[in-house]
Ligand binder design. Structure first.
Ligand SMILES: NC(=O)c1ccc[n+]([C@@H]2O[C@H](COP(=O)([O-])OP(=O)(O)OC[C@H]3O[C@@H](n4cnc5c(N)ncnc54)[C@H](O)[C@@H]3O)[C@@H](O)[C@H]2O)c1
Length: 371
């Protein structure tokens, strides 16, 4: 019989509620013991929703509760510091995306987890979406006859029309977020592209970023209470063109604001025998429950071009709950292979660094990353 794991959550804001609900609804596998947040309204809401008292100081929680695992749901600049403290307290860590604000912090986290033989998993929840899982299965089962054949291009994007998160809060301050739409949204979809390609070696990176909408102080998304005079020193859009050493191209785009149809998340994989296209269209900006997911398969059967709609059970939560529960499974059974590996977080952060560097220098970057 599997042991029930004792879990805490650090950072009790927006995303923590999904983690809490995921642990809560996972039967005897996990017990949500406590949370921590210096913000009084956040602790109050946690108590009202889950009936659990929370600590002001997470270090006190780590010292007082006998926890097996912790979800790290704090602003990006605190991921590394908090995760290292959790690992030091012998807790397995499920860390929200991005892994940290740079690759050096990520390396410290990976080394600490290895030293303590503890799990460190990044919340790349989009991998757990049913469409993404089917895509990965179809690609992995390619035996030369079935499947989509050699992949030569992956295009991926997360583009909002009106989605600058909380101007003046931590999202729009570079020192606290590490960047704007690229590190916030781009990180999800770049991970998807890299994952379907089995995290290939990268040759070159060309990036471009800008803040056209962020500079207009009236431009704010639907979240929280934006401060129109608040600091905004990150990008609100980014695009990149990445080539792999085995000849594949990755096209990436992310935006918090733009003049277009509305928020969409897309992944298109072009193979020699077929292509897969997954797409989430938000009918209401930022509202997962009003979103529509589609997965299409384009190929030819020797006689005609074929467009197929592939149907999976939709997951409005975008794999967030499934990701938390996979983490629980992996803590309970260390023989299980985690879907997300620590080193992938390092490689991804190196790629983000290269995109920002290319944008700043205005030239292509010859990429190098070893983890
Ligand atoms: N996977 C996803 O889809 C997804 C979605 C949203 C956010 N996120 C990530 O989750 C993290 C949190 O985002 P959010 O939207 O919940 O932000 P948020 O601002 O709503 O919540 C962050 C919380 O952390 C608390 N906090 C700050 N310092 C702390 C400390 N020292 N100890 C404990 N708590 C502290 C804040 O008071 C706040 O309540 C970010 O890294 C973000 O990128 C991921």
């Amino acid at each position: 019989m599997k042991e029930t794991i004792r879990v805490g959550i650090i950072g009790l804001g927006g995303i923590s509620r999904v983690h809490a609900a995921a642990y809560r609804g996972y039967g005897d596998n996990a017990i949500l013991v406590s949370g921590a947040d210096p913000d009084t309204p956040a602790r109050k809401k946690f108590h009202e929703t889950f009936g659990i008292n929370a600590y002001v100081n997470y270090k006190e929680m780590l010292a007082s509760e006998d926890l097996d695992a912790v979800s790290v749901c704090v602003p990006n600049f605190l991921h590394a510091r908090v995760a290292l403290d959790c690992l030091d307290a012998h807790c397995n860590v499920y860390c929200e995306k991005p892994p940290a604000i740079n690759e050096l912090e990520v390396m410290d986290m990976i080394e600490a987890a290895k030293k303590k033989d503890l799990l460190l998993m990044w919340a790349f929840n989009n991998r757990y979406r049913p469409e993404a899982q089917l895509i990965k299965r179809l690609i992995d089962m390619d035996d030369g006859i079935t499947g989509i054949g050699n992949i030569y291009q992956v295009s991926t994007s997360w583009r909002r029309r009106n989605g600058i998160p909380m101007r003046g809060g931590w999202f729009t301050k570079k020192a606290e977020s590490g960047g704007g739409s690229l590190i916030d949204l781009g990180v999800h979809v770049l991970d998807l592209a890299m994952w379907v390609l089995d995290y290939p070696k990268i040759r070159t990176v060309v990036g471009s970023v800008g803040d056209n909408f962020g500079r207009q102080k009236s431009h704010n998304g639907p979240w929280g209470k934006p401060d129109s005079q608040g600091l905004f020193n990150v990008e609100d859009y980014a695009s990149a063109f990445i080539t792999t050493t085995d000849g594949c191209a990755i096209k990436l785009e992310s935006s918090w604001a733009s003049h277009r149809e509305g928020e969409q998340v897309a992944l298109e994989i072009l193979g020699m025998k077929g292509s897969l296209k997954m797409n989430r269209k938000f009918r209401v900006e930022g509202d997962d429950n009003a979103a529509v997911d589609r997965l299409r398969f384009y190929h030819d059967n020797g006689e005609a071009w074929v467009d197929e709609e592939l149907h999976v059970t939709p997951d409005p939560a975008m794999g967030r709950i499934a990701g938390v529960r996979h983490f629980v499974d992996c803590v309970q059974d260390r023989e299980l292979e985690p879907v997300v590996k620590p080193e992938e977080g390092y490689q991804l952060m190196c790629l983000l660094r290269a995109i920002y560097a290319s944008a700043e220098k205005g030239e292509a970057i010859q990429f190098s990353a070893t983890a």
